[in-house]
Design a protein around this ligand. Structure first.
Ligand SMILES: [Zn+2]
Length: 470
């Protein structure tokens, strides 16, 4: 790779073989996070030992590949999570907190992949493997850019942290939470927090004919509600009016049929205002009256699942279990309903909504697993302009807008530690590419990876030279 920032390739340039290979090696480390109780096919102790080995391999690969970073930045470890401190010339202030995660979700259908998910195959166009997008490319791109900046003698004006978690996919309790805690106790308050979330999409935002770069400024909350019914059971020849399964099914369908209400939040208003110039005239006029026509706009957005998630707390019944035999009345039936919570609603209001909607004292309703409140008041912060400007530099073809991360990321653990939060990477993806994340055939093009590295280099340049981008 280039050792001179001035001679760096333009953003349309694919990464060279050596750079692609460094990412591919990381993809060959099987750093898979599994939710508790999910079978890995091995004994728990053996599975943990092999996971530890994979994380250590990844760590050793990073240390070998980025010698200057590891010589000049301070590194603290929290389990397999890595917190790097890049001291600023003036270290009384923190410029940025860059988050990324080293763990990946499992690849449950390896036979359906073009290349085995952990083979780390590089071809002319793509780097293939679980984690190529989510999120090892961001770990490596930050380190590639930092290594280049150090080689060029660049130093940030104010301190920059990299926090690379190891358990984001299982909610970050032993990684992100610990690192955030350390920073909090140190009194860190960063100007900018940058993490995964939004990307540049092609053909996903209806009626917008240019690619859309969605710099997300917060995230939705998360809750899973368990509905369960217990019954005395008995023989199916004398079932009574309703079995446990019938009662549960009615409760699930009530919840499914009565979603929480549609609402336009300030971040959606902001998003639409930024997209407005790129919309056809008729839609533009409609949005011009968005204040008056908010219910209309909400209904338009609610028409497709991709945009519906912007205007309401979504309801997804995801698991149902009950019964053992066709001629035996079930004694137990349960269902899990996953909610992604819009700012303004809360975990508690979701639970209250379920109770109100089910209206059946025989159905018990409770929260299970991880839950998280939505970002309190997501808005573009003061440093949003810097990220938007860097995005325009590396992807001049894209319309830049804001948005909300539909899922939970590690950044929620750091929300109070930064004045501006952006969830974004400038990689350009189609709808099919988005399905590869957590799906089959995850891959990142060399061009996208090149742009991601370039974006981080430009960020470090901007943080080193005050007047360059403002
Ligand atoms: Zn991720």
């Amino acid at each position: 790779m280039s050792t001179n920032l001035e001679a760096r390739p333009s953003s349309g340039d694919p990464v060279d073989d050596a750079t692609a290979e460094r990412l591919a090696v990381a993809l060959r480390c099987v750093t898979v996070s599994r939710e508790e109780g999910a079978a890995s096919g091995a004994e728990p102790a053996a599975a943990q030992a092999s996971l530890d080995t994979e994380f250590r391999r990844l760590g050793a690969h990073l240390e070998e590949s980025f010698p200057r970073v590891h010589a000049e930045l301070e590194l603290e470890k929290f389990g397999h999570s890595r917190l790097y401190t890049w001291r600023g010339v003036d270290d009384t202030r923190t410029a940025a907190l860059l988050l990324a995660h080293q763990d990946v979700v499992p690849a449950d259908e390896p036979a359906r992949w073009t290349h085995p998910p952990f083979a780390g195959v590089v071809d002319e166009e793509f780097i293939w493997g679980r984690g190529a997008i989510d999120d090892k490319s961001r770990v490596l791109a930050i380190l590639e850019a930092a290594e280049a900046a150090l080689t060029a003698g660049l130093r940030p004006r104010h301190t920059v942290y990299f926090a690379f978690g190891h358990d984001e996919e299982v909610f970050g309790d032993t990684g992100a939470v610990q690192m955030a805690d350390r920073l909090r106790r140190r009194g860190v308050r960063a100007d900018l927090l940058l993490d995964e979330g939004g990307v540049i999409t092609d053909g996903i935002v209806q009626d917008v004919r240019v690619p859309v770069a969605t710099i997300m400024v917060g995230e939705k909350g998360y809750a899973t509600v368990r509905l369960s019914v217990t019954d005395s059971g008995g023989h199916s020849s004398m079932p009574g009016r309703q079995t446990a399964i019938g009662r549960l099914a009615r409760a699930v369908s009530r919840i499914q049929d009565h979603p929480m209400s549609l609402r336009i939040t300030p971040v959606v208003t902001d998003m639409l205002a930024r997209l407005r110039p790129h919309l056809p005239a008729a839609k533009r006029r409609l949005l011009g009256f968005a204040g008056a026509a908010a219910p209309v706009v909400a209904r338009i957005l609610a028409a497709t699942p991709q945009t519906e998630s912007l205007v309401r707390t979504t309801t997804a019944p995801t698991v149902i279990r009950g019964g053992v035999k066709a001629n035996v009345l079930p004694q137990q039936a349960e269902a899990l309903i996953n909610f992604r919570i819009l700012p303004g609603d809360t975990v508690e209001s979701v639970l209250a909504h379920c109770r109100r909607t089910v209206r059946d004292a025989q159905v018990s309703i409770e929260l299970v697993g991880m839950s998280a409140e939505p970002s309190p008041a997501p808005t573009p912060g003061p440093q949003f302009g810097l990220i938007a400007e860097l995005t325009r530099q590396v992807a001049p073809e894209a319309a830049v807008t804001t948005g909300l991360v539909p899922g939970a990321t590690d950044s929620r653990h750091y929300d109070d530690l930064a004045a501006t939060r952006c969830n974004f990477a400038p990689i350009r993806l189609t709808a099919a590419d988005l399905e590869r994340i957590h799906g089959n055939d995850e891959r990142l093009s060399r061009v996208n990876y090149g742009r991601l590295i370039d974006f981080n280099r430009r960020l470090f340049t901007a943080l080193a030279e005050p007047d360059r981008t403002r």
